[in-house]
Write a protein of this length. Sequence first.
Length: 179
Amino acid sequence: MNDESREPFKRLFFALDCPPAQRKAIAQWRSALQLRSGRPVPADNFHLTLKFLGSIATAQIADICEAAAAVRTSTGRLTVTLDRLDVWRRAGALVMVPEQTPPGLLRLVYDLEQALLPFALEDAPREYRPHLTLARDFRAPVPESTSAPEFFLRADRFTLFESHKGRYRALAEWPLGSV
């Protein structure tokens, strides 16, 4: 008999990916902050998290992908304005967040959470807080900037990522809106 405790796991999350040109622009803006605290997140890892899954048995991934394939938005495209810098003290993270969260983003997260309910992936649901992490282990006040952040993350799809050794790899993606 197979011992499930030995089954390989992957650390997974759903997110809106950040296009390469935007990653570069955000990294340049972050560089101008001249941070003296924390570890900068590699620009290749910039994304807007939708749902963190944690360690998932590889045998469950196909079923999770099937559930995610049923999730759609009514608009087919989302735009999230990242226009505020914040420090999440408990998490030790410097993040960019939207001043106002678009209703379509909240709906996407809700629909994704509903689609994943059969998998019982978390003990207690957490309040969704959209963000793009700029630095980890950040233990300083919100840095001042000569220019306020104003990045428009536009997405027409959402992605399932694997986190492995500090890098993120896309495993699957789905279009927003009906196909």
